[in-house]
Unconditional design. Structure first.
Length: 471
């Protein structure tokens, strides 16, 4: 069976039926139409108090049908792949085309430049029983590493999605997307105090991900730094220099800057960066990237959810804003090629510009030298909840762990503080970029009307002036 036969058989449709659906979708005069077929299997197990207490398996299957007419979008979906039901969805989507609109071109190359997923062993081919020893060994490893552990909650989940996309340009793409994730919470108690710590790994790979090496890696991470957690205090707040640690600090880049670079916010004038294309938004040497081409990464995409090839996009290059993140609609509006950022949660949702793996590239500074250059400030390396105002660029993030910087040295551990700033101002205030880019491979999920898997990263970065909310 060749690749086309596999996907056509999976969804029970012929090429003739695909063409009929497209013709029906365009019957009212639309400029462009596309079909998004999806068959996804999802599996999860939860270990709590030493017992695998719950698990689940389900499948999701359907088709989303979209019609574009100028600035207007018609969208409908069907969970039933019988031809009659799909035709009804196509007819519903086509109704939007009754209104007038200026025709636009939605062309983009459908040819994938690479295969960014490795799945030696399909998750679909492994029974649930095979994963139980991994969760039990993971729990044992965590308890063995620290006597203060009183509870471990571990979740293993995986999915495999078969995707077929076809559009009125005659472009057809096929993609099978694996995703495996392990997330753990450990609860520690010491002298009447309780601390929690989380660790997670998520990759677009197969069941070969699960094994002793991963269990040990997670156990090491989740038990590292607990002494500092119990010692940490809330520092005095105020305006100060902040050093962002490599890795998880990328979530600030994702939220405070990345969303503001998404083209739908900009073409509607809602982003503070809407009128800054081609201008210097960071010091020279700073490069900010959104990337679909990191093999095995949670944010990797062979194709986006409009059938556009996955690619690496420089949003900021040498400090200059050079590109927004485009889907086909925004690309047509701006008269540029799509950057492959049209993404959706499932066939039930219309694609919109979304990030993939967002990070700042390494600079040339030594991380230790960056810290040594700060007389008084704070070092942060783990964040949780954040809030961002796209229009104003203002952001607030809660810091779970970090250290005071005093006379160029990390001193007292700190926790439970907020970092407050403004996206454009923070970019402009970058003083140094480390040579230690780290992609954080946690279970990051971005919510913007709908949820998609993403990842983020950052080298060590010094920002000269942010507000630290403390005592």
């Amino acid at each position: 069976m060749n690749i086309a036969e596999y996907y056509h058989n999976t969804f029970g449709v012929s090429q003739q039926q695909l063409d009929t659906l497209i013709a029906t979708a365009l019957a009212k005069g639309g400029d462009y139409a596309d079909l998004y077929f999806e068959y996804t299997t999802v599996f999860n197990l939860l270990l709590k108090d030493g017992v695998v207490s719950s698990g689940g398996f389900h499948t999701d299957c359907g088709v989303g049908i979209r019609v574009l007419k100028g600035e207007r979008t018609g969208y409908a979906y069907s969970e039933n792949l019988a031809m009659g039901e799909m035709l009804k969805a196509a007819q519903a989507a086509s109704m939007i085309a009754q209104t007038d609109g200026a025709p636009r071109s939605y062309n983009s190359s459908p040819t994938s430049k690479g295969d960014y997923y490795r799945m030696d062993t399909s998750w679909r081919d492994v029974s649930a029983d095979a994963f139980l020893p991994f969760l039990q060994d993971l729990e044992k490893a965590i308890f063995a590493k620290d006597s203060r552990v009183v509870k471990v909650i571990a979740r293993l989940s995986n999915s495999v999605a078969d995707i077929m996309m076809y559009n009125s340009l005659g472009e057809i793409t096929y993609d099978t997307r694996p995703l495996g994730s392990v997330s753990v919470t450990a609860v520690f108690q010491q002298n009447g105090k309780t601390e929690n710590k989380n660790a997670a790994r998520s990759f677009r790979t197969g069941a070969e991900l699960i094994g002793p090496a991963l269990a040990q890696e997670i156990a090491d991470e989740i038990t590292t730094g607990i002494d500092q957690r119990f010692e940490a205090v809330r520092p005095k707040g105020g305006q100060m220099s902040v050093v962002m640690g490599a890795g998880a600090s990328g979530i600030l880049l994702h939220e405070a800057m990345g969303h503001a670079f998404e083209a739908d916010f900009n073409r509607k004038g809602q982003s503070i960066f809407a009128d800054k294309m081609g201008t210097q938004v960071c010091p020279k040497g700073v490069n900010v990237v959104d990337d679909a081409t990191i093999t095995g990464n949670r944010g990797a995409c062979n194709y986006d959810d409009e059938g556009v090839s996955g690619q690496k996009t420089y949003m900021v290059q040498d400090g200059v804003l050079t590109s927004f993140l485009h889907d086909r609609i925004s690309a047509a509006w701006y008269g540029v090629e799509s950057t492959g950022n049209g993404r959706r949660e499932s066939f039930r949702y219309n694609p919109i510009p979304r990030m993939r793996a967002t990070y700042m590239e390494s600079g040339d500074a030594d991380p230790q030298d960056i810290i040594a250059s700060v007389k008084e400030g704070i070092y942060v390396d783990e964040f949780s909840n954040g809030q961002v105002k796209i229009g104003e660029g203002d952001f607030t993030f809660f810091v779970k762990s970090g250290y005071l910087i005093e006379n160029g040295r990390l001193t007292s551990p700190v926790k439970d503080i907020n970092i407050i700033g403004n996206g454009p101002a923070a970019l402009a205030d970058i003083q140094a970029v480390g040579n230690d880019l780290k992609i954080n491979n946690g279970t990051w999920t971005c919510g913007k009307e709908q949820s998609v898997a993403v990842s983020c990263g950052m080298p060590t970065v010094l920002i000269s002036n942010l507000t630290v909310g403390g005592e």
